[in-house]
Structures are given as structure tokens and as C-alpha cells.
Design a protein around this ligand. Structure first.
Ligand code: TYM
Length: 340
């Protein structure tokens, strides 16, 4: 129900609003970090940021209850460990703010079956599955609700979420034109480098937390020796020259993109320093280990005192709801739902 008596929006007026989310469906990967999470941290200083562990999205695929609870808390802990600061952003769990599920229904009634069917992620995730939930199909409507509840201007995401963002924009525009100006129409913010980190064992496939490819996926909490081993054994391409060409040389280009992202350089510029694969792999591994070292150290401190993270999440849900409630109330009234 829209909480129209909610306190005034606690965010600073005039700043851009940023919103993004991540699913607790597996341990966080280097792809998540370079493609999205790192930019979440950077945005905290310039914008008014709202970040969410999207547990309701995790239910779209079969999941074990105890594991979902553990992964949700682990993911929230990782987000604090990478540098999300509750004094500078709002961090919360989607399922703690019921407005998400409720606005999702209005979005499901705004989206057409045809446009949901065109979502490539639905096709990929439903192919060859013997059980495909209705929630997996309507997932992008829930994602649109997440974003629209916060009057979001920018959504920092990796390349694989572009199509969902386009749909969110279409739904916001359609809703506004049918029912009057209700939602801000958001834009995707995709990083220029490492927007699609590939699997180290199969560089034609995205590095993914749910992929059965333990050697191809670097996890944020992997031991340094494991990170080094995975990168040293990464599949490279035929030939020995080092150049940035994601089509002809996907394996080498992936390593160049990772090293570039870890050291703040363009992958093509990184390539100029190498003429063999071995040194490139060694430098890439060392850079990733260094990049993750402080995150892992902070994570170790935080897991020793889980109460700190649960307190952050509780306060985050209150702050988020203070914004989401009035937006939902606006949308309910726009479509003609009778006030209680
Ligand atoms: P999810 O949980 O799959 O991924 C979280 C973020 O990580 C990015 N990402 C990658 N970036 C580069 N290379 C990769 N290999 C890689 N793998 C993942 C994703 O693009 C994403 O930004 N539907 C979303 C979660 C979501 C959401 C939202 C995002 C739900 N509601 C609202 C933004 C706004 C998802 O499945 O992300």
C-alpha cells in the first residue's frame, strides 16, 4: 500500500538519482565488480545513490531457502566491503520494501507479452530448462519497478542489462502517456571498459555467478593463489601477438580489458606493452589480486560482526521506503485504484 504519510524524501534535492541492483544467486564475480559494482562506489560522491540486493529476482529460478538467506547477507556484506558507505548511499534488500512487488504488478500490466518474449536474457535462461517460472518471464517488469520507484536518472549496469533498461524506458514512457506524468525516464550508464567481462575458459561466454565454470570465473572472495591460477590458465587465442581485438582474439582481449579496468587504462593502450601472452597473464593476475586485496580484508572484518551489516540494511530499507511509498501512491492513483 502506498504510504502517503511517509516522511519527506530524505535525499538532497537537485542531485541526480542513481539506482542499481544485483541478484543474490551466487558469489560475486570479477565481472560484477568491474562491470557494475565499482561504478556504484564511484557514483556515491557525485550522486544520490540507492543500491539494492534484489532477492525477489533470485526467486525466479529454483532456489534453496537457507542458501538464499545466506547469499543475501553475504552479498550485502560484500557491497559494504567494496566501499558502499551507508552515510553516502542507501543500501537495502528489495524484499524489505514491499512497494517493489506491488509496483511490479502495475508494470506487468503495462508491458506486453510480445516485448517480454523478445528479452534475450529470458531466452537464454529458459532454454533447455524443464521448469520455467512465470516470474522469470515477467522479471523485467519487476526490474522496471525497482528503478522507477526511486525517480531514477541513471542506472549503472554492465552491458548485459542494456535491453532491460530499454524496456524500462519504454514502460515509463507508455505509463506516462496513458496516465499522465508519473515516472522519471531513466538512462543506462555502462562503463567504457569491462562492461562485459568474459569467462576465462570460454571467452565467447559472459563471466557469470551462476555458470558451472569454476576455473573460468574469478570470484571477488577468491584466494590470491586461486586468482593467479585461473588467470594463468585462461584460454588464449591462436597466434602469439597481443592486440585488442575482441572478435578475432576474444581470450587475449578479455585479459587486456581486465588489466585495463584494474589499472585505469584502455585495453588497446595496455596491449602496446606486450608481445607475449605469459607476461600479460602475470601482470593481469597481479593487478586483480591487488585490486581485490582491500575488499577481501574489509570483508573479513565485517563477517566477524554481522550485526553491523544487518543494522545498515534495516536503516537502508527505511530510507528507501520513504521514497518508494509516495511513488507507488502516485502510480496507484494514476491508474485509478480507489484509495482505501
Ligand atoms: P546481475 O545480478 O546478473 O549482475 C549485477 C551487475 O553486474 C553486471 N555484470 C557484468 N558486468 C560485466 N561483465 C560481466 N561478466 C557481468 N556479469 C554481470 C550486470 O550487468 C549488473 O549490472 N537484472 C539485474 C539485477 C537488477 C537490476 C535492477 C539492475 C534487478 N533490478 C534494477 C539494475 C536496476 C541482474 O540480473 O544483474
Amino acid at each position: 500500500m502506498g504510504t502517503s504519510s511517509a516522511p519527506v524524501d530524505p535525499y538532497h534535492a537537485g542531485m541526480g538519482r542513481v539506482f542499481s541492483g544485483i541478484k543474490p544467486t551466487g558469489p560475486v564475480t570479477l565481472g560484477n565488480y568491474l562491470g557494475a559494482l565499482r561504478t556504484w562506489v564511484d557514483a556515491q560522491d557525485a550522486d544520490d545513490c540507492v543500491y539494492c540486493v534484489v532477492d525477489l529476482h533470485a526467486l525466479t529460478v529454483p532456489s534453496d531457502p537457507a542458501q538464499l538467506r545466506a547469499l543475501t547477507l553475504e552479498l550485502a556484506t560484500v557491497l559494504v566491503a567494496i566501499g558502499l558507505d551507508p552515510r553516502r548511499c542507501t543500501l537495502f534488500v528489495q524484499g524489505h520494501v514491499h512497494e517493489h512487488a506491488e509496483l511490479a504488478w502495475l508494470m506487468e500490466c503495462t508491458a506486453s507479452v510480445g516485448e517480454l518474449r523478445r528479452m534475450t536474457q529470458f531466452k537464454e535462461k529458459s532454454d533447455d530448462q524443464h521448469f520455467v517460472s512465470a516470474g522469470l518471464f515477467t522479471y523485467p517488469a519487476l526490474m522496471a519497478a525497482d528503478i522507477l520507484l526511486y525517480d531514477t536518472d541513471r542506472v549503472p549496469v554492465g552491458d548485459d542489462q542494456r535491453q532491460h533498461l530499454e524496456l524500462t524506458r519504454d514502460l515509463a514512457e507508455r505509463f506516462n502517456s496513458r496516465f499522465g506524468a508519473t515516472f522519471v525516464v531513466p538512462e543506462a550508464a555502462v562503463p567504457p571498459v569491462a562492461a562485459r567481462v568474459m569467462d576465462l575458459q570460454d571467452p565467447t561466454r559472459k563471466m557469470s555467478k551462476t555458470e558451472e565454470s569454476p576455473q573460468g570465473v574469478v570470484l571477488l572472495l577468491d584466494e590470491p593463489a586461486s586468482i593467479e591460477r585461473k588467470i594463468r590458465r585462461a584460454v588464449t587465442d591462436t597466434g602469439t601477438d597481443v592486440r585488442y581485438d575482441p572478435v578475432a582474439k576474444p581470450g587475449v582481449s578479455n585479459l587486456l580489458a581486465i588489466l585495463g579496468a584494474a589499472t585505469g587504462r584502455h585495453p588497446a593502450a595496455v596491449a602496446e606493452g606486450y608481445d607475449r601472452y605469459g607476461p600479460l597473464k602475470a601482470d593481469c593476475a597481479a593487478a586483480v589480486v591487488e585490486l581485490l586485496r582491500p575488499v577481501q580484508a574489509r570483508y573479513a572484518e565485517l563477517v566477524a560482526d554481522p550485526a553491523e551489516v544487518t543494522t545498515i540494511l534495516r536503516a537502508g530499507a527505511d530510507k528507501a521506503q520513504a521514497v518508494a511509498g509516495p511513488t507507488l501512491a502516485r502510480a496507484r492513483s494514476a491508474v485509478g485504484l480507489l484509495p482505501r
